[in-house]
Design a protein around this ligand. Sequence first.
Ligand code: 2HA
Ligand code: ZN
Length: 273
Amino acid sequence: LCDSIIAGSEMKTILDEAAEASSYLWENGWAERNAGNLSVDISDALSSSIILSGDERFRPLAGSYPSLAGRSYLVTGTGRRFRDLAKDAGQNSCILRMTDGGDGFNIVWGGLDNPDFNPTSEWPAHLRVHEFLRASGAPENVVLHTHPTEMIALTHMPEYKNEQTLCQALWSMHPEVKVTLPIGIGFARYMVPGTEELAMETVEAFRRGFKIVLWEMHGCVAIAGSVMSAFDLIDTANKSAKILLMCRAAGLTPQGLEKHQQDELVAAFGLKE
Ligand code: 2HA
Ligand code: ZN
């Protein structure tokens, strides 16, 4: 079963990309210990010939997700490290299929080294985001949570604890940020990780059109059409945060791209703000 899943070229591409992005997350210092998690809706990539035999590892869910019934996901494992996933996806992530009622799932591949393997503790939050993506007909199928250091640092400073100032700061530090994230990024105030409350707040921000939601004093969540694009979005936003903090660390107040220079980008790239 394992080999037949991986043999599908679309599935192999997704797994290879997840491994590659995992190593970048680790190298960037955004994935200490078991920080972060990833899920990919692979329903379209998985061959329909894979039939559950009934003895696959069943796990009930506390919540119910009827609109995701029968869908399949690649999900990182709870307590697992991105740096290990980069080396071995089969041991550190799994492929699971939601039950027909959408209130549980079967692990059909992965978590190979442990019969008690479970997906990330943030899986219910990911499910809420996938629910939103399906309901809104969004093209994104990837949800990536990581701890981008410099962006988190900004959220410890009172002046950046609101969307408008935060976006303005990120846009002004590098033109690519305006081009890549023309409507900016969302901001969610601090909440206990893994809670339904944080999941709902995150979904609300995605509903407003953002592709990244920054969690105060914790990390961020990005949605994208591929694992690598999710990584790229965060990498681009974090670059600005880094430049800003470097200027501050040097005792300087950065000038930043001015409003008319940002407007110029909107016109030149035909951006929708
Ligand atoms: O997966 O980062 O927020 C570990 C975390 C939880
Ligand atoms: Zn986290």
